[in-house]
Design a protein around this ligand. Structure first.
Ligand SMILES: Nc1ncnc2c1ncn2[C@@H]1O[C@H](COP(=O)(O)OP(=O)(O)OP(=O)(O)O)[C@@H](O)[C@H]1O
Ligand SMILES: [Mg+2]
Length: 440
């Protein structure tokens, strides 16, 4: 049997402490109670605490300060905040400070137990996924300490609290899928499936049956009824990646799903109820597509309930050393080598380079360097030629626009391994235009 989770309850009211202690002890948790923040911090520093349940308003130091302390020093510890009354601002503040749950007084025993179970569930999933207990909650696997990434981490936490549709926006390779997973696995749907679907990767004629399933006899070859991704994701989340690739016809179908929360299997007349949270992502500007009539405006509003924007890597160069270290450690370990150092000039070049392929490109560059190098220190000449070239050129003011454009196209192409469709998407032009520029 697993060791029971250790819960620390902080409240200045002896009555609340007693009620919570009694309830959680009989539910099998190991419970400790303290009446103030200072005592709580001492306990946190000396014992393994899995979950803190804290009152917000206390005489000396407020629960908010305790939560801040926990987020900064005990990132893996879950926090439930008890607020005085059910108020949206109170709840929002609690979440922003880093509590994962909040309980409005007065709460029932049932509400308390459910909040604790959700916290423990998140904790277990996180530990199972990471092998230890050190990743910050919502930000599972998403590295970044720059201001925009910290804000994103908080937004993910908030998004995870609801089942509203999330639209994840960002250039290629910025970590959109990672964010989708983080939202799902920090939500109370975490134990149900997360189903990623690449909308651009399934041929038009097949997408509807892949998404919603098909009844037996729906089309030639459909010998049996077959469930689709939506049925597979029941109770969990579906990640509709590259949502901008949906045809107008499929957009209409998806709109109906969002409005009515039912799906029609291909060939079926009866709707089926589904409980699936939709997470969508795109690297396109959907507003522009709406203006051009390529994306339905009503669908856009339906999916854009909680937008999460991923900043391109060049706008958060502070995160680059952290990412280098992370990927270098990982690939060195895979290779059974010691992790190489990166000399100052290299670090500087990493921070000046534009990273059109964002984190994915950086990951690939670091992988190649770790793989190829024989020495313990990586120096500038070992960097890919293209990177050295574009960094050295970026300060050169004696270039024509045409030259800059041509170089940029080459840089982008290289970052996506020559994939013209993806390069065109990053450049914001269509594939044909790209081909013409390349010919020129
Ligand atoms: N903040 C981050 N911390 C750690 N790894 C990251 C981060 N962002 C991205 N990555 C890594 O970069 C790669 C690309 O991430 P992901 O697939 O989520 O990007 P994407 O935005 O979905 O890209 P695309 O638009 O090309 O599909 C993955 O290997 C992912 O693990
Ligand atoms: Mg992706």
């Amino acid at each position: 049997m697993n060791k029971p989770e250790h819960v620390l309850v902080v409240d200045d009211s002896p009555d609340t402490l007693e009620v919570v202690r009694r309830n959680l002890t009989s539910a099998g948790y190991s419970v400790q109670t303290v009446s103030g923040v200072e005592e709580a911090i001492r306990t946190l520093n000396s014992a393994q605490v899995d979950l803190v349940i804290t009152d917000l308003r206390m005489p000396k130091i407020s629960g908010m300060d305790l939560i801040r302390h926990i987020r900064e020093n005990h990132a893996d510890t879950e926090v439930i905040m008890i607020t005085g009354y059910a108020s949206v601002p109170g709840a929002v503040t609690a979440m922003q400070t880093g509590a994962q749950e909040y309980l409005a007084k007065p709460f029932t025993d049932e509400e308390l137990l459910q909040a604790v179970q959700r916290s423990v569930q998140r904790l277990r999933l996180r530990r199972a996924a990471s092998g230890n207990g050190t990743v910050p909650s919502a930000a599972r696997g998403i590295l970044g300490e720059s201001a925009p990434m910290k804000a994103l981490g908080r937004d993910i936490g908030k998004a995870a609290q609801s089942s509203a549709t999330v639209l994840i926006l960002g250039e290629s390779g910025t970590g959109k899928e990672l964010v989708a997973r983080a939202v799902h696995y920090s939500s109370d749907r975490a134990s149900a499936p997360f189903i990623p679907v690449n909308c651009g990767g399934i041929p038009d004629g097949l997408l509807e049956s892949e998404l919603f399933g098909a009844r037996k006899g729906a089309f030639t070859g459909a010998h049996e009824s077959r469930p689709g991704f939506f049925q597979a994701a029941e109770g969990g989340s579906i990640f509709l990646d590259e949502i901008a690739e949906l045809t107008l016809a499929m957009q209409a179908v998806l709109l109906r799903v969002l409005q009515d929360k039912v799906v029609f299997m291909v060939g079926a007349r009866e709707p089926r109820k589904v409980d699936v949270r939709i997470l969508a992502a795109t690297n396109k500007r959907l507003e522009t597509m709406v203006e051009k009539g390529e994306f339905r405006e009503d669908l856009y509003y339906r999916i854009n309930v909680i937008p999460l924007c991923l900043p391109p890597l060049r706008e958060r160069t502070d995160d680059i050393p952290l990412l280098i270290r992370h990927f270098a450690n990982r690939f060195a370990k895979e290779q059974g080598k010691p992790t190489p150092e990166f000399d100052d000039r290299v670090l500087q070049m990493f921070q000046t380079y534009a990273w059109p392929g964002n984190v994915r490109e950086l990951e690939n560059v670091v992988q190649r360097l770790v793989l190829m190098t024989e020495s313990d220190v990586i120096t500038a000449p070992e960097l890919p030629e293209l990177m050295r070239f574009s960094v050295s050129q970026s300060g050169n003011v004696r270039r024509s626009l045409a030259q800059v454009e041509a170089e940029h196209i080459q840089t982008v192409l290289a970052s996506v391994a020559g994939n013209k469709t993806r390069a065109a998407a990053i450049l914001g032009i269509d594939r044909k235009t790209l081909q013409n520029r390349l010919k020129a």
